[in-house]
Design a protein around this ligand. Structure first.
Ligand code: ZN
Length: 324
C-alpha cells in the first residue's frame, strides 16, 4: 500500500462528496481495493446518508419532546399531590389533634401514583412495575383503613385482592418472566398452581374471619369441587391432544353441566339432600323460584349439549379430513 490508512481516512469524506482531485480519487480507489478496514469505513460513510441522519435527528427530537412533556406532567402531578397532602395534614391535625385519616389519604394517593406516575417513570417493564406498585400501595391502603376502623378484615381483604389480581394479571406476569425448562413449557400450570394456592388462602382467611360454626367442612368441600372442575377444564384445554373444536366442545358441555348441577352439588354438600333439580323442569310453568331455577338449568344444559355437540362434530369431521 502506497499510502497509510490515516491519509486515506482524511481523504474519504472528500472522495465521498466527489470533491477531491482525480489523482486523490485514484489513490483512494486503489487503497480501498486492498484495504478492508478503509472499505468498511467507506461503507459506514455511505450508510450514514443525509436521510438517515435526518431520521435519527427527528427521532431524537420526538424523544426529547416526550421526555419534557412527561417531566412537566409529573411535576404538575407532584404539586397537586403535595398541596392535597399538606391540606389534609393540617385539617387532620386541626380537627383531631392527631394524624389518623391523613394516612388513608396518603396511601390513596400512593395508589393513584402507582397507576399514573409509575408507568410514566418506568423505562422498562412498565406493566410489571405498575402492577407491583399498584398491589403494594393497595395493600398499604387496606392496612391504613383497617387500622383506622379497628377492623380485623385485613387478611380477608388482602387475600381477596391478591387472588383477584392474580387471576387477571398473573398470566401476563408469568408470560414475561425469564423462565427455563419445565417452568417455561408449563407457564399455564404455574399460573393455575399460584391461583389455586391464593384461592385456598382466601377460603382459609374467610374461615378465620367469620369464625362461623360449621364453616370449614362445607367451605373446603365446595372449594375443592370448584378447584377440581377448574383444573379439569385447564387440563383439557392445555394438555388434551385433540384439535381446538373437540377441546372447545368438551369445555362447553362441561361448563353447561357444572352450571346446571352446581346447586344440586352444593345442597348435597351442605345438607346431604340428593336430588337433581333439572328433573323438576317444566318449560310451560314458570311460577315458583324452584321451577324457574330448574327450567334455567335445563335450558343451559340442553344448549351446552347442542353447542358442544356441534363443536365435537366439527372436530371429528376435521380429524377425518386430515386423516384421509
Ligand atoms: Zn486503509
Amino acid at each position: 500500500m502506497k499510502y497509510s490508512c490515516d491519509v486515506i481516512k482524511d481523504l474519504l469524506p472528500l472522495y465521498y462528496d466527489k470533491a477531491c482531485s482525480e489523482q486523490s480519487k485514484k489513490i483512494v480507489e486503489e487503497h480501498l481495493e486492498e484495504c478492508a478496514s478503509c472499505r468498511s469505513l467507506m461503507k459506514k460513510l455511505q450508510d450514514n446518508t443525509y436521510e438517515n441522519c435526518l431520521h435519527d435527528e427527528k427521532e431524537d427530537i420526538i424523544k426529547n419532546y416526550t421526555r419534557s412533556i412527561k417531566k412537566k406532567a409529573l411535576f404538575a402531578g407532584f404539586i397537586v399531590v403535595a398541596v392535597t397532602l399538606l391540606t389534609c395534614f393540617i385539617a387532620n391535625l386541626a380537627t383531631g389533634n392527631t394524624l389518623d385519616w391523613f394516612f388513608i389519604v396518603l396511601t390513596s394517593l400512593l395508589v393513584l401514583a402507582a397507576i399514573t406516575a409509575v408507568p410514566m417513570m418506568a423505562e422498562k417493564k412498565k406493566g410489571l412495575w405498575t402492577l407491583g406498585s399498584f398491589a403494594a400501595s393497595l395493600f398499604l391502603l387496606l392496612l391504613t383503613c383497617c387500622l383506622y376502623s379497628g377492623g380485623n378484615w385485613l387478611l380477608v381483604a388482602t387475600t381477596a385482592v391478591l387472588f383477584g389480581l392474580s387471576v387477571v394479571f398473573l398470566p401476563f406476569v408469568i408470560g414475561q418472566a425469564p423462565l427455563k425448562g419445565f417452568a417455561k413449557r408449563n407457564k399455564g400450570l404455574l399460573v393455575m398452581a399460584v391461583d389455586t394456592i391464593l384461592f385456598y388462602l382466601l377460603i382459609v382467611s374467610c374461615g378465620f374471619y367469620s369464625k362461623a360454626a360449621g364453616y370449614w367442612r362445607p367451605a373446603l368441600l365446595i372449594s375443592t369441587v370448584g378447584a377440581l372442575i377448574a383444573w379439569a377444564l385447564f387440563a383439557a384445554i392445555r394438555y388434551l391432544k385433540a384439535n381446538g373444536f373437540i377441546r372447545a366442545g368438551i369445555c362447553v358441555i362441561a361448563v353447561g353441566a357444572v352450571t346446571a348441577f352446581a346447586n344440586d352439588i352444593i345442597s348435597l354438600i351442605l345438607d346431604g339432600t340428593y336430588h337433581l333439580s333439572v328433573f323438576q323442569a317444566n318449560l310451560t310453568l314458570w311460577s315458583t323460584n324452584a321451577l324457574i331455577n330448574a327450567n334455567v338449568c335445563l335450558i343451559v344444559l340442553l344448549s351446552s349439549f347442542v353447542i358442544g355437540g356441534l363443536l365435537l362434530l366439527a372436530g371429528f369431521l376435521r380429524n377425518g379430513k386430515s386423516a384421509r
